[in-house]
Design a protein around this ligand. Structure first.
Ligand code: ADP
Ligand code: MG
Length: 681
């Protein structure tokens, strides 16, 4: 068997310089090398006639060299020109600064050229083509893999190195999947798959190879997550919170009745908290479904059991909002709640840290500030992170490490379809609030074209006159934050000068300092701004009950989940609320997506549809963090494989929870590696 851990420097063709370049691509071992998969392929196997090529097309030309190569000097460059002829006519191959080509070609001999063809009214140029003599197939005559690359390392060089790597493993690659799976799911063996993923003879080869590799990658991730979950199920070293610390005591004091879904979820959490195993639970619930009160009840139980609780929110204003809510709800309980954000004075901070370490604070609510090393709890028993997709896993882990196996509750407002939840959060138990509090008014949503702008603006004017406020969300600019800034400023100018000169218009964007952002949001919340122009920074759940209009510019650029999140900013008060999606509607998919938004307010329905319709922005646009890194699988394109993998994984795990059976030995080995990294999810 070959040793895949062997340093890549021992592979033929890899010298000291290339080692460095390969390392930059995260290729350190032979195994890394052969699992550096192509991002695409070029078919260099089917020749075309020169004159039939479209301008700009890359193509394979078989042509006879007509003249000796000529050399032309242009400003600091040398161009090499070669006249060639095929059945359809005459063309010119050109290269720059490649003097070694000078004596490469024999007049009258046939060669194969592959490169970009420019066709200027029948005048054909082949630009910097790769080539082979007629009977050779080094650079042409086959399907060629294209790798994601950094500069300096060329496709040709990397291809050659990978080819050498594959030669080394030929016949000696250890199969990684048990044979019963290969048979049952018609999967190719690893040896073949590895060869064909790099060098397919035909396109269908790579489809077959890819399926096997994707299956393996998804299966190992899914199994690892499930095993992680099984382990925490059996580990008994978490905290058993007290039965006598009754959540119902605080629930009775709430100003509203909990919804059925909230009660069910609290029941799940309660049971979990009382058991000696550590809770690792994801709480999913649409915007406005009432997750805060759940966090509060859990914190109440922790405190009444003699522990402290930490609540982490992604922004200062959200943390402050939580503080206010907690203080209100816990008013008569004697529970001491404090806020730790970077904006507080040094003195205040020192005081908080001091009391926290002494156990004189029961619940600490805060931002990233509570992760810092100098924040020490005396007895941390519960960690809640809100809107967790904004936190990296590392941040979550760091706060958890401040206690001894505290219970963890991760809350998210991003509805996740079941299939994805299982692969993203397979190690967590999942609770879902699938019901909104009563008397919630549906946000009326309209998808409109730009032509209706005036009418929309008049409508907004009317609402502002009545005392309401509006959000206007800028088009999503993917490039960078500078561009984001420009787009928000441009829109601001337009609204301030042209559209609503009589109203108070302001803007907010991601590049502002957290303090500035908080100031603007606080002012908006206090009613000091009529129209707030914003990038998607407002997405995170600040409550402004008086704001009842959400306008989203170029809505077609947003993923459905993002639109849904944004819409969740309105409809939080007593007023009838509206969401206006301005879009430029061409494709059918765009229209369908807008339609979904107008038809339903249910985040789960929307996320399922989003998955179905895919399209720009995507569901994961709102989930930048928290995605496992896959080498080859793509959660969208491979949804079918993912589904079958999940049912396989569940079946395997229920039959053999610790993967101890002989037939699953390979699977055990396969996920060992993932465990070491504790899966970056
Ligand atoms: P989210 O899940 O988006 O974090 P919140 O916890 O902020 O939602 O709740 C939104 C609003 O609904 C809050 O003002 C909260 O007090 C209120 N709320 C929560 N649960 C209920 C309920 N069962 N009945 C009525 N109002 C509720
Ligand atoms: Mg919330």
């Amino acid at each position: 068997m070959v040793d895949l851990k062997k340093d890549v420097k021992y592979v033929k063709g890899v010298g000291p310089n290339r080692v460095k370049l390969l390392n930059k691509l995260n290729i350190f071992t032979l195994g890394d090398l052969i699992t550096y998969y192509p991002r695409g392929y070029e078919d260099r196997s089917k020749p075309k006639n020169m004159l039939e090529c479209i301008d700009g097309e890359e193509a394979l030309i078989e042509a006879i060299v007509v003249n000796r190569m000529t050399e032309i000097r242009l400003k600091g460059k040398t161009m090499y020109k070669l006249q060639v002829r095929d059945e359809s006519g005459i063309g010119t191959a050109i290269w720059f600064n490649q003097s070694y080509l000078k004596n490469k070609f024999q007049v009258g001999k046939k060669y194969k050229f592959y490169g970009k063809i420019s066709n200027a009214f029948g005048k054909i140029t082949i630009q910097s083509p790769v080539f082979d003599e007629e009977e050779k197939n080094n650079n042409t005559g086959k399907i060629i893999p294209i790798y994601p690359l950094t500069y300096q390392l060329s496709q040709n060089v990397l291809r050659k190195i990978i080819e050498n790597g594959l030669k080394e493993v030929e016949g000696g690659l250890q199969e990684t999947l048990p044979s019963y799976l290969l048979e049952e799911y018609h999967l190719q063996n690893l040896q073949q798959a590895m060869k064909h993923i790099h060098f397919p003879n035909e396109f269908k080869d790579f489809t077959i190879a890819r399926k096997r590799l994707v299956f393996e990658e998804l299966l190992s991730t899914q199994l690892a997550l499930l095993e992680l979950k099984n382990m925490s199920l059996t580990e008994g070293n978490g905290i058993a919170f007290h039965e006598e610390a009754k959540m119902s005591d605080i629930i009775h004091q709430l100003p509203f009745r909990l919804t059925g879904a909230q009660r069910r979820v609290l029941e799940e959490i309660d049971t979990n908290m009382e058991s000696p195993r550590a809770m690792n639970r994801l709480l999913q619930g649409d915007v406005g479904s009432g997750k805060t009160v759940i966090a509060m009840c859990a914190a109440y139980k922790a405190v009444k059991s003699g522990y402290q609780a930490a609540i982490m929110a992604p922004t200062a204003i959200l943390a402050t909002q939580h503080l206010e809510n907690f203080q209100k709800m816990l008013a008569n309980t004697g529970i001491r709640v404090e806020l730790l954000i970077s904006g507080i004075t040094k003195k205040k901070k020192e005081d908080i840290l001091h009391r926290l370490a002494n156990g004189e604070i029961d619940i600490l609510i805060g931002t990233h500030a509570i992760i810092e090393d100098n924040v020490v709890f005396s007895k941390l028993g519960l960690v809640v992170t809100d809107e967790q997709h904004r936190f990296g896993v590392k941040q979550r882990t760091r706060i958890v490490e401040k206690g001894q196996n505290p219970d963890v509750l991760v809350m998210t407002a991003t509805p996740i379809p079941r299939t994805l939840a299982l692969i993203l959060y397979g190690d967590l138990d999942i609770s879902i609030i699938d019901e909104l509090p009563p008397n919630r008014k549906k946000v009326d949503t309209f998808a409109v074209s730009k032509k209706m702008e005036d009418r929309i603006n008049n409508f907004i004017r009317e609402q502002i006159k009545e005392g309401r406020q509006a959000y206007v969300v800028c088009p999503l600019v993917e490039e960078n934050e500078e561009m984001d800034l420009k787009s928000v400023e441009k829109l601001y100018e337009k609204y301030k000068k042209e559209v609503f000169p009589d109203y108070r218009v302001e803007y907010i964007h991601g590049k502002m300092k957290p303090k500035e952002k908080d100031e603007i949001m606080t002012k908006f919340k206090a009613g000091g701004i009529d129209v707030l122009i914003s990038t998607t920074v407002i997405e995170v759940g600040v409550d402004v009950p008086n704001a009842n209009i959400m306008v989203i510019e170029d809505a077609e650029r947003f993923g459905l989940a993002a639109l849904h999140q944004l819409r969740g900013r309105v409809g939080r008060g007593e007023y009838k609320s509206y969401c206006i999606l301005k879009y430029e509607g061409k494709g059918e998919v765009v229209r369908k997506r807008m339609k979904v938004m107008c038809e339903t307010n249910d985040g789960f329905v929307i996320s399922e549809k989003d998955l179905e319709l895919r399209g720009s922005g995507d569901f994961f646009g709102t989930m930048q963090h928290g995605l496992p890194e896959f080498k080859i699988a793509n959660l969208f394109e491979d949804m079918e494989i993912l589904k079958s993998v999940q049912s396989v994984a569940i079946k395997i795990m229920s039959d053999d929870p610790k993967l101890e059976k002989e037939k699953n030995k390979l699977l055990k080995d396969l996920i060992k590696d993932k465990f070491m990294k504790r899966i970056e999810i």
